[in-house]
Design a protein around this ligand. Structure first.
Ligand code: IPM
Ligand code: MN
Length: 396
């Protein structure tokens, strides 16, 4: 039997994961689950939110379902560290970013598709003031390990770094007069290998699922070297291997404006790490927000994959006696896992059950019912996390 590593993490991570496993079981997916330690608790007590034993577990079983993580700024994180660890010079860093780096999960796919009947769907004013509800079907490929998330950064950079920066004429003229201790640098490094990999993954997905275009969403007019490299590589890859798919080029800022103007025009979108993060939240907003935003991140060489909803841990909702959060993003992330491990039929079955529940509209979590997320929403007619999972299970 297959073993899946579960990583509940913090806050609402555990409840959405538990409900999702209930759905997987009900659909007939046969697996054994082992839980990995990750998150805030392990930072506070051990000084490491991503312990080695968890990495070992993932390396062994390869496939993992991830709930959610609480991340706090450096100083606040230090404050919550257990007193005996405070002397050790530990610095908090996000365990999800750590997981991506450690296993080289360089491909991140975030699909954003309209669910028919979702009251949270984006609508816009059309001709003669009619209301239009464009159908969004976008697959965002986010480079998941490089760029601004590469972790190569300094405040008050060491002398060698500073000297090297000073050899760049633009650094010298734009920043050379600032005292070195006033300078902070975060690098944005792209490499050909991983840029090519994400761009090719985007084109292959477009071909496999019949999308007519791939859009590189970067900013090559200003960020010439990194964004420019990605766009140039995309042009070459399209010319060599994917002539029947159109290559479009948008700038991240313009894309954020256009995504409410004509979101139905886009198919596959590919971007670097930070812009992929931004554009995927932008499109998620059009299809119901973070309660619907799922993702897959994987390393195509090792076959290691981590599947996670892109919402946070929503700590303020975590202590409600009855959980109110929408589990659909987690369930859909599990569907992406099923696709990844060649259980397409099961994935299809669960996807259809989710779509049926949303379309029918009888069972709606507070976000879908447009309530603000208070503990009394269930009393007022919203479905709880468990009731939503029950409704999905009933449709299987
Ligand atoms: C995401 C999240 C993460 C990111 C955070 C939690 C570090 O926003 O998965 O999109 O920025 O990648
Ligand atoms: Mn994000």
């Amino acid at each position: 039997m297959r073993t899946i590593v579960t990583l509940p993490g913090d806050g609402i991570g555990k409840v959405v994961l538990d409900e999702t496993i209930r759905v997987l079981n009900a659909a007939g997916f046969e697996a054994e689950y082992v839980e990995g330690d990750i998150g805030w608790e392990f930072w506070c007590n051990e000084g490491n939110p991503l312990p080695q034993r968890t990495l070992d577990l993932i390396a062994e079983h390869k496939i993992s379902l991830f709930g959610a993580i609480t991340s706090k700024p450096k100083d606040e994180a230090f404050g919550e560290l257990s007193p005996d660890l405070k002397e050790k010079g530990l610095i908090y860093s996000s365990p999800i970013v750590g997981l991506r780096q450690h296993f080289g999960l360089d491909i991140c796919l975030r699909p954003c598709r309209t669910y028919t009947g979702n009251p949270l769907n984006f609508i816009r004013r059309g001709p003669n003031d009619c209301i239009e509800e464009p159908e969004v079907d976008v697959a965002i490929f986010r480079q998941n390990t490089e760029g601004l998330y590469g972790g190569v950064e300094w405040s008050n950079p060491p002398e060698q770094v500073y000297d090297a920066l000073m050899t760049h004429p633009k650094f010298k003229s734009n920043f050379g007069s600032a005292p070195v201790e006033d300078v902070s640098v975060s690098t944005r490094i792209f490499t050909k290998k991983y840029t090519e990999r994400i761009v090719r993954a985007a084109f292959e997905h477009a071909r496999k699922y019949g999308y007519k275009s791939v859009t590189v969403c970067e900013k090559p007019n200003v960020i010439r070297e990194t964004s420019g490299m990605m766009y140039k590589m995309a042009q070459q890859i399209q010319k060599e291997d994917f002539h029947s798919i159109e290559l479009w080029n948008t700038n991240i800022d313009a894309q954020m404006m256009w995504l409410t103007k004509n979101p139905e025009n886009y198919g596959v979108i590919v971007a670097g790490n930070m812009f992929g993060d931004i554009v995927s939240d932008g499109f998620a907003g059009l299809i119901g927000g973070l309660g619907f935003a799922c993702s897959a991140q994987y390393n195509p060489e090792t076959g290691i994959g981590v599947f996670e909803p892109t919402h946070g841990s929503a700590p303020k909702y975590a202590d409600y006696p009855v959980s109110i959060v929408n589990p659909i993003a987690m369930v859909e992330s599990a569907n992406m896992m099923l696709d990844f491990i060649n259980e397409q039929d099961l994935a299809k079955k669960i996807k259809k059950a989710v779509a049926d529940v949303v379309t029918e509209g009888k069972v709606r979590t507070y976000d879908m019912a447009k309530m603000s997320g208070r503990a009394d929403v269930v009393k007022n007619g919203a479905a709880s996390t468990t009731q939503m999972a029950d409704a999905i299970i009933a449709k299987l």
